[in-house]
Write a protein that binds this ligand. Structure first.
Ligand code: HEC
Length: 197
């Protein structure tokens, strides 16, 4: 008798756990079904994703010029992502030695090193001086290959294209989409200068 009670208790417990398991796996299924539907419907807004990436990856650190503010250097938000200011002509950089190999301007948009002098370019959608006339594929290929617009001369330091080349194509496209929505600034960053022989 005692044995029978224990057995039926065990059976009930077993049935219960099967039922609970079924409920648990059903809810897991519907959760993954949901997230699949979410991805399939394309509800991730590429512009929002691009804004997130451009902000988190620090593109503005080099592509927005710094200016002197009341508390020290601060990004010039009126020139957001517009590259090295075209009117700002710089004197020749200091001489490098074995200890100090490269230098950055006070705006953090111009860089002198063994590669010559490079200037952060205008990433705003201005048609003449920014990325306004670029195709999405030019941008993706530039960051994937390290060549200007994917086909031209090598992209110079300190532009971190080789790290960025690890991003997915979707993320690179999202970044381009976002950059096309920032206020256009007319500013032609100076051309790259190779090292003097
Ligand atoms: C450490 C500084 C630095 C950071 C950070 C940086 N850039 Fe640059 N970027 C540069 C410089 C300098 C150049 C110009 C290089 C040259 O003239 O070869 C450049 C050039 C570019 C170009 C032009 C490439 C071409 O085809 O000629 C693009 C596009 C670009 N950057 C996008 C970005 C994006 C997007 C980010 C953020 C994910 C970013 N950069 C972060 C410094 C930087």
């Amino acid at each position: 008798m005692k044995h029978h009670v224990i057995l039926s208790y065990a059976k009930t417990a077993f049935r219960l756990s099967i039922k609970q398991l079924a409920i648990a796996s059903l809810s897991m299924l519907s959760a993954s079904g949901l997230s699949m539907a979410w991805a399939a419907s394309g509800s991730v807004d590429p512009v929002a994703r691009g804004a997130y990436l451009v902000t988190a990856l620090g593109c503005a650190d080099c592509h927005t010029p710094m200016k002197m503010g009341p508390k020290g250097p601060e990004p010039d938000l009126s020139r957001l992502l517009s590259g090295h200011p075209e009117q700002l002509m710089l004197p020749p950089p200091p001489k490098a030695d074995e200890s100090w190999a490269w230098f950055g301007s006070a705006t953090n948009t111009a860089y002198a090193g063994p590669w010559g002098i490079s200037y952060a370019i205008n990433l705003t959608p201005d048609k003449e001086t920014g990325l306004g006339a670029w195709k999405e594929d030019d941008f993706v290929q530039a960051l994937k290959t390290g060549k200007h617009a994917g086909v031209g001369r090598p992209i110079m330091p300190p532009m971190p294209w080789s790290a960025l080349s690890h991003l997915t194509e979707d993320d690179l496209r999202a970044m381009f989409r976002y950059l096309q929505t920032v206020p256009p600034v007319h500013n032609r960053a100076p051309d790259y200068q190779p090292p003097s022989p």
